[in-house]
Design a protein around this ligand. Structure first.
Ligand code: DC
Length: 230
């Protein structure tokens, strides 16, 4: 008997379309959407805010263990997908700041940080049908996920998307710098020792370089439906 996938893992590099696709797919299926990247970002934000040195693995790990991270439906109509609270402070936009971008790869490479956050992520996924998005969802967080999707796109296309995103937020970033930062993030995320960015062997790969978001969501939904009851 075929059963509808209840746990859907979406992984892939930065700006591969994970968040947009994940959110749209969750909405179509009426599942919870959860972007695990916000947790690593919230810990990074808290470290910067509280003067904890990001090089200090032990201190950052303690912070990750203690920080209350909550993701709720959007509480403001300012373009946000959801609201992120870190110890009750609304950090939804703060965690997108360039300082957080520059430090989050280092923070997310710490074993203790990952251990603390993965436990929180598994608790969230156990509660209800979920589309969970990240780098290691199919490989580490939810290895038993019913459907695993790995989204990818060329680094140039991903940098172009990130550049456009920044422009839409009213910034005017240098294109070459965005491409450089993207390459740097890819290098750190893919080469770190613990849970590097990698497609699970049983993941379905989708190269989104030349696809519209709409087409990717349609394809993801088709993958769910084909595993559904006939
Ligand atoms: O998806 P994002 O750009 O918001 O992720 C922020 C950082 O967190 C990124 O450098 C990779 C890391 N991350 C991770 O290591 N594991 C996850 N499950 C999600 C994000």
């Amino acid at each position: 008997m075929r059963v509808r996938p209840m746990t859907i893992a979406i992984d892939g590099p930065a700006a591969s379309g994970k968040s947009t696709v994940g959110e749209a797919l969750a909405e179509r299926l009426d599942y919870l959407y959860f972007d695990t990247g916000v947790m690593y970002r919230a810990v990074t934000w808290a470290a910067l805010e509280r003067g904890v040195r990001v090089e200090d693995e032990e201190a950052v790990t303690k912070l990750a263990e203690a920080l209350e991270i909550e993701v709720t439906d959007a509480t403001d109509d300012d373009g946000r997908q959801y609201t992120v609270l870190a110890d009750c402070v609304d950090v939804t936009w703060e965690i997108r700041r360039p300082e957080v971008d520059a430090n989050v790869s280092a923070v997310s490479a710490y074993g203790g940080v990952r251990h603390a956050l993965v436990a929180k992520q598994r608790r969230i996924a156990a509660g209800e049908p979920v589309v969970m998005v990240g780098r290691d969802i199919g490989t580490v967080v939810l290895p038993e996920a019913d459907l695993k999707i790995f989204l990818d796109a060329s680094v140039e296309e991903r940098a172009r998307r990130r550049w456009l995103e920044n422009r839409e937020r009213g910034k005017d970033p240098d294109r070459a710098a965005v491409l450089d930062a993207m390459r740097r993030r890819d290098r750190i995320d893919s080469n770190r020792e613990i849970s590097p960015l990698r497609a699970a062997v049983d993941a379905v790969r989708i190269d989104t370089t030349a696809m519209s978001i709409h087409a990717v969501v349609d394809e993801a939904e088709r993958l769910v439906r084909e595993r559904d009851c006939p």
